[in-house]
Design a protein around this ligand. Structure first.
Ligand code: ADP
Ligand code: MG
Length: 240
């Protein structure tokens, strides 16, 4: 089963509404978090324990809010040369504990050749983290998630493959729809945020999945090699 996602633009209005709400809620939440942190330092015993739990839930709420904000308007604040190897290595380090907790092994297969993109590093990371996180969450204990990197012409191709529960044709057709989730604590935002960011980077995303077998997510992004950066950038400009 294949699915190329191109529907991100239709989600603008809903996403922007959600983001303005997120923006309003985030400020008071930051104040609440600050006072809770203060109390957390002062309290002992049961109260300390309760505050630890409350702070972790506030952290979760903050993450959801930043997903909403990012969905409406990804902030490309600092454009720099980002190495795909480095970014993927950082993602593996970041999500290693989540994978280990679920008994999933997280592997990489990366071509040695240096591949780079000129973009906001945090946004690139965010887009890929959401996809890798989904792969880990879809995989049962003993399963494997493999992140691979290769080049194809002027593109870097990143593949995130899992042997988890996969998706039916109906599920696959809904992926990338705002708020679509099959998880108890899911938000249905992760894929939308990734789509939005990758779209902004002139990239593409493609899903191939089979229920009960697993999923392959293929991301293509324009890349340039540092050694012949100008030449490849010129090709990219022509291709635009
Ligand atoms: P959330 O993770 O909060 O549910 P997402 O937008 O990240 O929201 O994902 C939406 C849904 O797409 C998930 O709930 C899941 O059902 C499905 N999904 C995404 N990636 C995968 C995957 N690799 N394998 C199986 N299902 C997936
Ligand atoms: Mg997700």
């Amino acid at each position: 089963m294949r699915n190329d996602i191109i529907r991100a633009e239709k989600l603008n209005t809903m996403g922007e509404l959600a983001a303005s709400f997120a923006h309003e809620v985030r400020n008071p939440l930051t104040v609440v978090k600050g006072f809770m942190q203060l109390m957390h330092q002062q309290e002992t015993g049961k109260n300390h324990e309760y505050l630890t739990l409350a702070l972790s839930e506030v952290g979760r709420a903050e993450m959801i809010l930043s997903d909403y904000l990012n969905f409406a308007k990804p902030q490309f604040n600092k454009i720099e040369e980002c190495s795909f190897h480095e970014v993927l290595t950082e993602i593996v380090a970041l999500l290693g504990p989540l994978a280990a907790k679920g008994g999933v092994s997280l592997k990489t297969q990366m071509e040695k050749e240096k591949m780079c993109i000129s973009t906001d590093r945090n946004q690139l990371k965010q887009a890929l983290v959401n996809l890798v996180k989904n792969a880990i969450e879809a995989t049962d204990e003993g399963g494997v998630v493999t992140i691979s990197l290769r080049h194809h012409d002027i593109h870097a191709v990143i593949e995130i493959q899992d042997n988890g529960r996969g998706m039916s044709e109906e599920q696959l057709s809904r992926i990338g729809t705002l708020f679509y989730t099959t998880k108890e604590k899911g938000t249905g935002l992760g894929t939308c945020v990734s789509l939005r960011i990758l779209n902004e980077m002139k990239g593409s995303i493609h899903y191939s999945s089979e229920a009960g077998k697993g999923t392959i997510v293929t991301v293509q992004l324009p890349q340039f090699k540092t050694s012949c950066c100008k030449q490849t950038q010129a090709i990219l400009n022509i291709a635009k």
